[in-house]
Design a protein around this ligand. Structure first.
Ligand code: SAM
Ligand code: SF4
Length: 322
């Protein structure tokens, strides 16, 4: 069993498969980084799988693939199948911008991927393009439809930004509600890589337009999910709010992150990380597990987005996987 220094049981591994992305979201990677990390620095799927196997043996029950944009990694379905074949009942999910899903959703489902979180920040082509840095909306919508058709359980992520897409909170909620998809509104998390002009919205501000349209009630968190759920009384539709500025989900945090280059990161906000790359490349898996335990021992109690003046994290979301 994996337990951190505060007695929290760690059962959830998020793997960032690449820092590269085909979008340039203002809140994540508005500019292409000065230089990409060379591809040879990435752990291969075979190397990653060596670590995944022991992580599962040690008690990981949920794995999420993310990035950057995970669908940019060639042979993604092969990696998914490796994990699925090792432990078919693992909760295997992926977060994606959806742009390439139309072509690959069926293959990913056949390989054993179970759930998809897809980012959708606007239903207006110009606003979606303004946020993502290019015209993306029709591909993203086609990707969501392909995912539903392939039989995936889909959730939508939206990051509301003042003066950009804040007037679409109810539209996106209704779009998802009509399709029976759960939407989760994510508070913008300040980080030094984001566009400096961005103004995020606090959870209570995100809820305002929804409250003025519907009667809603608080449901709570499910397990260790960072999303606090609300229900529309009229029909029972559930939606989520992810509000790290409150950080009350840190108490039950069950996750650890692995970057594409092999760094284990104990908390999305924090800079502390240790590499398992050398150990994995040398085939020294016991050493990789030792490093994993060390990182867990140093996992901080809570993030720092809740502090006065909302400090910015140095961590790039495209590197850690959000
Ligand atoms: N490229 C994929 C995508 O966009 O879904 C996966 C990686 S992305 C880093 C994962 C999630 O983090 C997305 O839902 C994205 O909206 C969210 N995200 C990125 N930067 C963020 C920020 N500064 N604040 C809040 N959420 C952010
Ligand atoms: Fe790419 Fe996702 Fe970051 Fe947007 S949020 S730039 S899609 S990694």
């Amino acid at each position: 069993m994996l337990v951190d220094g505060y007695g929290r049981k760690i059962t959830y591994l998020r793997i960032s498969l690449t820092e590269r992305c085909n979008f340039r979201c203002q809140y994540c990677m508005p500019e292409k980084p000065f230089s990409w990390k060379p591809n040879e620095n990435l752990l291969s799927f075979d190397e990653l799988f060596q670590f995944v196997k022991v992580a599962i043996d040690e008690g990981i029950t949920k794995i999420r693939l993310t990035g950057g944009e995970p669908t940019l990694r060639a042979d993604l379905d092969r990696f998914i199948k490796m994990i699925y074949d090792y432990k078919p009942d693992i909760d295997l999910a992926m977060t994606t911008n959806g742009y390439l899903l139309k072509e690959i959703a069926k293959d990913l489902k056949a390989a054993g991927l179970k759930r998809l979180n897809i980012s959708l920040d606007s239903l207006r082509p110009e606003t979606a393009a303004r946020i993502a840095g290019k015209d993306v909306l029709s591909n993203v919508i086609a990707g969501i439809e392909a995912a539903l058709e392939a039989g995936f359980q889909v959730k939508i992520n939206m990051v509301p930004l003042k003066g950009v897409n804040d007037d679409e909170i109810v539209d996106i909620l209704e779009w998802c509600r009509e399709r029976g998809i759960q939407v989760r509104f994510i508070e913008y998390m300040e980080n030094v890589h984001a566009h400096s002009d961005l103004v995020g919205m606090h959870g209570r501000e995100i809820l305002e337009p929804i409250r003025s349209r519907y009667k809603i009630e608080r449901v709570g968190r499910q397990g260790s999910s960072p999303a606090f759920l609300y229900r529309i009384k009229e029909d029972g539709y559930l939606f989520g709010l992810i509000d790290p500025h409150k950080h009350d989900f840190c108490e039950s945090c069950n996750r650890i992150r692995l970057t594409a280059e092999g760094y284990l990161i104990p908390c999305l906000y924090f800079d502390e990380a240790m590499s398992i790359k050398e150990a994995v490349r040398a085939g020294d898996i016991p050493r990789a597990v030792e490093i994993l335990r060390q990182v867990l021992a140093n996992k901080p109690k809570e993030n720092r987005w809740s502090e006065e003046g909302s400090p910015s994290s140095n961590r790039a979301f495209y590197e850690t996987g959000g």
